[in-house]
Design a protein around this ligand. Sequence first.
Ligand code: HEC
Length: 169
Amino acid sequence: MALGACSPKPAATNEVASTSSATQTATNAVETTAPAAPVAPAAPAATFPTAEDTAKLASLPAPYNQADLANGKRQFAVCKACHTLPSGGPNMVGPNLHKVVGRHSGSIPSFAYSDGLKSAGFSWDYAKLDAYLTNPKAVIADSRMAYAGMPVANNRRDVIAYLKIESEK
Ligand code: HEC
């Protein structure tokens, strides 16, 4: 665990909530862990992008080979509320996006797509993804993706490169 640095005391006390005032300790003995500060993210970020990611990035077509993968990951934080990337990952509000770059539109059988996406009949190449992320409804008129669009071109470039690399793991 990487939490040790946050706590001046040995882990044996396990008092994550030890900063709460002494007057409270008598009343909330059962719930001492409840008001803990949000656990600091376990920060695997330090290992991203890996050397392998960077090598793969260089093989993507321009301008995606220039992408900032760390920014792509940050941009994907919004998508993550609705989408998973790993193979076999669950559908959430939106469909699993494993290997979505090059994947046929509307092709996850277990996901209830809009009629427009179900019958769109194209593959998600870079250009389609760029257009969709700019303005989903410009590509799929009845899109059910409740996402307004990503106006900054470099952010789209970065998140699409991230999708390409991360969703193929
Ligand atoms: C609020 C939830 C939500 C957010 C946020 C969201 N999506 Fe979606 N996404 C959906 C839904 C729902 C669909 C299915 C749309 C339909 O059926 O018309 C979808 C569909 C897609 C598809 C088409 C998948 C396929 O199988 O054809 C792609 C690609 C996609 N989203 C990428 C993204 C990316 C990238 C982001 C972040 C920039 C994002 N989405 C943000 C809900 C979301």
